[in-house]
Design a protein around this ligand. Structure first.
Ligand SMILES: Nc1ncnc2c1ncn2[C@@H]1O[C@H](COP(=O)(O)OP(=O)(O)O)[C@@H](O)[C@H]1O
Ligand SMILES: [Mg+2]
Length: 323
């Protein structure tokens, strides 16, 4: 068994948009997208609006057919074996869609379980299990869905995707529009699910929140992959400099030159008793070399501050690369 639970290989999709009776326009939503999702990880698919995230999520979950290329989920082909794929994948597309507003969250889930072929008893048991798993307050089990907050709806939507106990969970912008606390609850839930062995593919455009939970990030833009890797690896790959602010008792004239000869410096400047350094490379290596130079020159440090690039910076850099 491969360690990749989802394989996306050169996927293409063009939408034909009719404009009036004769005129047609084509939109290339995916232009040869490839990446792999390792089993048991939280993998983020990032990109600005219109990048192609939802299109790809729909293809992965057998809702939409690709024009070209291949997607495999747990070794199953989404085009040739859609029924089998649906059994092993849970999908959260639009958190507020697919629910009966007058039924409670619990009743919605029981109904869904019945549709999926569970017996009444099993459907009821499973509905309770998944609602407990996503942390929906038990007092809301019987309240109609239309009274639920968006945060509660997000939980119920994830619970619904979990009814069939899928190994793979695919979520399209599950925290969109949620308040800070609810978004955090959803993130924590995704991490918990990955720890329990599920493979999670989650799309989004908010770097900060993705950085906190993902083991791997694929950034797409205009239907193409522009960067792919672990968040830390991405920052390194894109060559983003880290910023080091040193406060020293004194800053000798020749120290800058000495630092330049040892460390790949992007920029360096002085500000009162501070030396501000922008350098490329691994944080550990840079800091170690820097400390050695200072020690060697008998320069005691009063304070040191290290500002690492964020995934946001990496994202912006990646998008800039393809503009
Ligand atoms: N049903 C559709 N018909 C025509 N164009 C579409 C359709 N769905 C999406 N698109 C276009 O395809 C591109 C990718 O859209 P989408 O996959 O929704 O991106 P994202 O989810 O990253 O915002 C966009 O240019 C969008 O306008
Ligand atoms: Mg979308």
């Amino acid at each position: 068994m491969t360690t990749h639970c989802i394989i996306v290989d050169n996927v293409r999709k063009t939408y034909i948009v009719r404009e009036g009776i004769r005129k047609k326009r084509s939109v290339e939503a995916l232009r040869g997208v490839s990446f792999n999702v390792r089993c048991g990880t939280v993998h983020a698919l990032l990109g600005p609006n219109g990048a192609g995230k939802t299109t790809l999520v729909k293809i992965m979950s057998t809702i939409l057919l690709p024009d070209d290329g291949r997607v495999q989920v747990l070794g199953l082909d989404v085009v040739r074996e859609p029924d089998k794929v649906r059994k092993v994948v849970g999908v959260v597309l639009d958190i507020s869609k697919g629910f009966y507003f007058t039924l409670s969250g619990y009743e919605n889930l029981v109904f869904y379980g019945l549709l999926k072929g569970l017996s009444k008893r099993d459907a009821e048991r499973r509905a309770r299990e998944v609602l407990e798993l996503v942390g929906l307050d038990e007092s809301s089990y019987k309240r109609p869905y239309h009274t639920y907050s968006l945060g509660m709806r997000a939980r119920v939507a994830i619970a619904k995707a979990l009814v069939t106990d899928p190994e793979v969970l695919i979520l399209d912008e599950p925290t969109l529009g949620l308040d800070v606390e609810s978004a955090r609850a959803v993130r924590d839930l995704l991490v918990k699910l990955a720890r329990s062995g599920k493979t999670i593919l989650v799309t989004g455009h908010n770097m900060h929140e993705i950085e906190m939970i993902s083991n791997h990030v694929t950034i797409i833009h205009k239907g193409k992959v522009v960067a792919d890797g672990h968040p830390e690896e991405l920052k390194l790959k894109l060559g983003l400099p880290i910023k080091i602010v040193l406060r020293l008792r004194e800053i000798p004239r020749d120290i800058e030159e000495k630092i330049r000869s040892e460390i790949p410096i992007v920029n360096m400047c002085r500000e009162e008793d501070k030396l501000i350094i922008y350098a490329r490379g691994r944080r550990e290596n840079i800091v170690q070399s820097l400390l050695e130079i200072l020690r060697h020159n008998n320069l005691p440090i009063i304070d040191v501050q290290i500002v690492e690039p964020t995934l946001e910076d990496a994202y912006i850099a990646a998008l800039r690369g393809v503009e």
